[in-house]
Design a protein around this ligand. Structure first.
Ligand SMILES: [Zn+2]
Length: 461
């Protein structure tokens, strides 16, 4: 294979960064560039100072939520907790966790009475577990979140104004000339729509990469992987960005290594959710994901809502320190993670998520009562299931799973025996299973793809 075509720091990126971005931000009265300046050095502060700042911001947020929202006032009164009882992050566990159901039922009562609702940004999340949520975010919070995301883009070596190759769902800017212009001058995204990743679309995207030579490649973990595989299998010219940002779903080790091999660049993992945006992101040391202490308090908790020790797996619970329009306090995101006790070697003090264990709803339970995370199953099956192009495991009952299989070109009669053996090994003899052959496994409307789906009610956290 010939040498890689490398990213290009073109002249226009200097113009976009130095002139267009500040002008556009001024026109939108957007302070995100000012925020960004502060945020770049913020993670290098002493951890004690960072935690003290979180405590004082939390104290302010709790007082605001109690005074100005019906939901938090009633909830705290019922729990017998006064605002002055919650002045440190450790005090948070005095409050119950906030579930998706509570937001769905009480959403309107969570909106701040001193904010003008028409000025809040409404966000309806696609709802990974099939149920959507409606949230409101105030403008200031929106700008801080935007700046935090841009800061992480910079950790992968990208600089403002440079082009980005994005493998993402449904870009809408084509229908709107203002958005189109903004993208051409400022966002500079080249898109591959994840809902239409066929041969022709991937080929076209590959050509666009070679032509525009973006510094950053960005996308859903699994879509990046599929595209990397496509490039390799078709012997296409290698394209090398400066860095690759993987987001929106769990990134498996086998995906990371193939993506890095195909593009000769490092992957930077990013974790967030639509409700609070960026939660944690990986730096150049690649030792874990730094918690985004500038807008988030993150806890990993047990089934009673009590934080687990570092190193132990718990349910992710986040408090959004920036959104006063609709306070989000102790929100249970629906994922499981493990916090690392040691700091990162990069010098940033923000603590690390050591590993993301995937969605709680994707845990599969064996007839013996053992919970297995969807992510570890995927690692297991993807590495060992020979001849399988794509796989999805659906738990229908405690003792019954369905394997949906897309056959690969190397599928043989041994492949079935191999799958049967893997199921017995991993789930025990009592687990019955059925193999269903399909042509493809569709992504959800958000463009994400689920390896494991559990239809059981009970969950480990
Ligand atoms: Zn680091």
């Amino acid at each position: 294979m010939s040498d890689c075509v490398k990213y290009n720091r073109d002249f226009f990126s200097h113009v976009s960064r130095g002139i267009i971005a500040p002008l556009w931000a001024a026109k939108e009265s957007s302070p995100y560039l000012r925020h960004l300046k502060k945020l770049v050095d913020a993670p290098y502060r002493d951890l004690k100072a960072v935690l003290a700042e979180q405590d004082s911001r939390l104290t302010r947020l709790i007082a605001h939520a109690y005074d100005n929202t019906k939901y938090y006032k009633e909830m705290m009164d019922e729990a017998g907790v006064r605002p002055q009882d919650v002045t440190t992050v450790a005090d948070l566990s005095k409050l119950p966790v906030l579930t998706k159901d509570a937001i769905r039922n009480q959403g309107d009562n969570m909106i701040s009475g001193i904010h003008d609702r028409s000025k809040l940004r409404n966000k309806t999340t696609s709802g990974s577990t099939g149920v959507s949520l409606s949230l409101y975010i105030d403008e200031d919070s929106q700008q801080w979140k935007r700046a935090c995301a841009v800061r992480h883009d910079m950790w992968c070596g990208w600089r403002q104004g440079e082009a980005i190759g994005a493998i993402w769902g449904n870009p809408t800017y084509k229908d709107n000339w203002r958005l189109w212009l903004r993208n051409a001058l400022l966002g500079r995204m080249v898109y591959l729509d994840t809902l239409k990743m066929d041969h022709a679309a991937m080929l076209e995207f590959h050509e666009a990469l070679l032509k525009k030579r973006p510094t950053q490649l960005f996308g859903h973990a699994h879509s990046l992987y599929l595209f990397a595989k496509f490039v390799k299998q078709n012997g296409l010219q290698c394209y090398q960005p400066k860095g690759i940002i993987s987001t929106a779903m769990v990134l498996h080790d086998f995906e990371r290594s193939l993506v890095e091999e195909a593009f000769k660049a490092k992957v930077f993992n990013r974790y967030g959710c639509e409700e609070v945006s960026l939660i944690a992101s990986e730096c150049e040391a690649h030792e874990g994901l730094h918690i985004n202490m500038d807008t988030i308090i993150l806890e990993c908790v047990d089934p009673n809502g009590i934080p687990v020790a570092p190193g132990e797996v718990g349910a992710v619970v986040v408090t959004d320190l920036s959104n006063y329009g609709m306070p989000i306090i102790r929100y249970k995101v629906g994922d499981a993670a493990r916090i690392r006790s040691e700091p990162c070697s990069c010098g940033r003090s923000y603590p690390l998520i050591e590993s993301l264990e995937g969605r709680i709803a994707d845990y599969v339970r064996t007839p013996d009562g053992e919970y297995i995370s969807g992510i570890s199953l995927t690692e297991n099956f993807a590495m060992q299931a020979k001849g399988v192009k794509q796989l999805q495991i659906i738990q229908e009952a405690i003792d019954f799973i369905v394997l949906r299989v897309v056959k690969g070109s190397d599928w043989t009669s041994d492949s079935v025996d191999n799958l049967n053996r893997l199921v017995n090994q991993r789930f025990g003899e009592q687990m019955r299973h059925e193999i269903e052959y399909v042509d493809s496994i569709q992504s959800e409307s958000s463009g994400k793809y689920r390896f494991c789906i559990s239809k059981l009610e009970d969950q480990p956290f």
